[in-house]
Design a protein around this ligand. Structure first.
Ligand code: SAH
Length: 399
């Protein structure tokens, strides 16, 4: 394929960051250029004086307009480039491939592995490629060719996450190979999860929470009544139940969450009858629980960064303290809160500030027991700290 090459001028103040390996090309970082409609074009980033800076591609995401791929002028963005990136990424995940107790993990994490806009996850022999812009998707043939040179697979599925708002485009998502029977039952530290690669934007489990699920199971859940809010398929509830929770209550407003959660319990041999699965807006549930006088020993908060329902919009950056206050109001004396967010727009310090604020306003005290960010398979680079979007704090209420 003959690709357009476009020279773009990087504004002065952004030059240094690209030289240090900052990968994201912000709209503001370059001097206006006619790029519209040229998704996938190779960008040659140069200084105002025409000095070479880096090579990247044009692909619009909500974060920026493309990614720098190399500072080496001689490197071509071709099959061998992708092959080399894939090989390096795969070699970093060797210990995951050989772990018999975990069969689902990320093998390629976008800019963390050298190609912003593309992630690849492994699910027991099948792979899921996620393309975050039309620009990166235009490299699909090259990426697949490289991939097939370095990986044996049963099937490849994909998610195209690049219509105008970085949303998922509906499709059956099969790319190549032999279709497995869904669900695929993957293992994660010995727990089981049902995964569907062919059924919508989300596959049934968020792999980045692996360490948090393990901590809940091993250290915190035993004997507890656990409230799991924004529970989706109940992955945290499964971990809690397997960790000896007395009971779990999972709350999500999506109707599909109920059968999905039942399925996750069942594939783990957990008695569903003792678990509560509630299809309800979380904020209505808090009101209901307060009215009924329900309290919990452990409350898990893992909301989407932004959610709009019929009744309200919720934005973690604005509303997290309020969410925490609702949780504190129904938390037992020595109870635990697992506070999680995947919002990349703020860091751990600000997140801890939300916790501080919520407890102060509730006249309650707490101590932080543990903190988590992305696990090792979600490789990140120091030049791009905002790529480590996950922040999880496990805290205990103190008296
Ligand atoms: N914690 C989950 C992932 C959450 S995904 C896990 O570990 O797997 C976000 C979920 O929040 C979605 O299932 C969505 O249906 C739900 N959701 C969004 N807004 C909600 C609200 N106001 N009340 C209840 N659930 C909500």
């Amino acid at each position: 394929m003959n690709r357009a090459i476009i020279e773009v001028t990087v504004k002065n103040k952004y030059e240094k960051s690209f030289q240090k390996g900052y990968p994201l090309i912000h709209k503001d970082a370059i001097v206006e250029n006619e790029l519209e409609g040229k998704e996938g074009a190779i960008l040659h980033l140069k200084s105002a004086h025409g000095k070479w800076i880096a090579k990247g591609y044009y692909g619009i995401q909500n974060k920026g307009i493309g990614w720098a791929l190399t500072i080496d002028q001689q490197v071509d963005i071709d099959v061998s480039f992708f092959k080399q990136k894939l090989e390096k990424a795969l070699s970093k995940r060797k210990s995951f491939f050989t772990d018999p107790n975990t069969t689902a993990f990320r093998v390629f994490n976008g800019e963390g592995d050298g190609i912003g806009g593309l992630t690849i996850d492994y699910f027991d022999g099948c792979y899921l490629m996620q393309w975050y812009s039309l620009g990166i998707y235009s490299y699909k043939e090259e990426v697949l060719e490289a991939f097939e040179q370095v990986v044996d697979y049963q099937a490849i599925y994909e998610k195209k996450r690049f219509d105008h708002k970085g949303q998922y485009i509906e499709d059956d998502d099969f790319v190549k190979g032999t279709r497995p029977t869904f669900p695929i039952i993957v293992k994660e530290n010995g727990m089981h999860y049902a995964v569907y690669l062919n059924d919508g934007a989300m596959v049934g489990i968020f792999l980045d929470q692996r360490e948090v699920r393990q901590a809940i199971r091993e250290k915190y859940a035993n004997g507890k009544h656990v409230l799991n809010t924004f529970s989706y398929t109940g992955a945290f509830s499964v971990a809690a139940a397997l960790g000896g929770a007395r009971k779990t209550t999972s709350v999500d407003l999506a109707k599909r969450s109920k059968p999905k959660t039942v399925e996750q319990f069942e594939v783990n041999g957990i008695d569903v009858a003792v678990q509560d699965i509630v299809v309800m807006d979380v904020f209505d549930y808090f009101k209901y629980a307060k009215r009924k006088g329900f309290t919990f020993d452990m409350i898990i908060l893992d909301p989407p960064s932004f959610a709009r329902s019929k009744k309200r919009t919720f934005s973690t950056a604005k509303d997290y303290p309020m969410l925490l206050k609702e949780a504190v109001a129904i938390l037992e004396e020595d109870g635990f809160i697992v506070a999680s967010t995947n919002n990349a727009s703020f860091g751990m310090n600000k997140f801890k500030g939300f916790i501080e604020k919520a407890f102060r306003e509730m006249n309650a005290s707490y101590k932080i027991l543990e903190e988590f960010s992305l696990p090792a398979d979600f490789q990140t680079i120091s030049a791009y700290p905002e790529g480590n979007y996950l922040k999880v704090v496990i805290l205990q209420r103190t008296s």
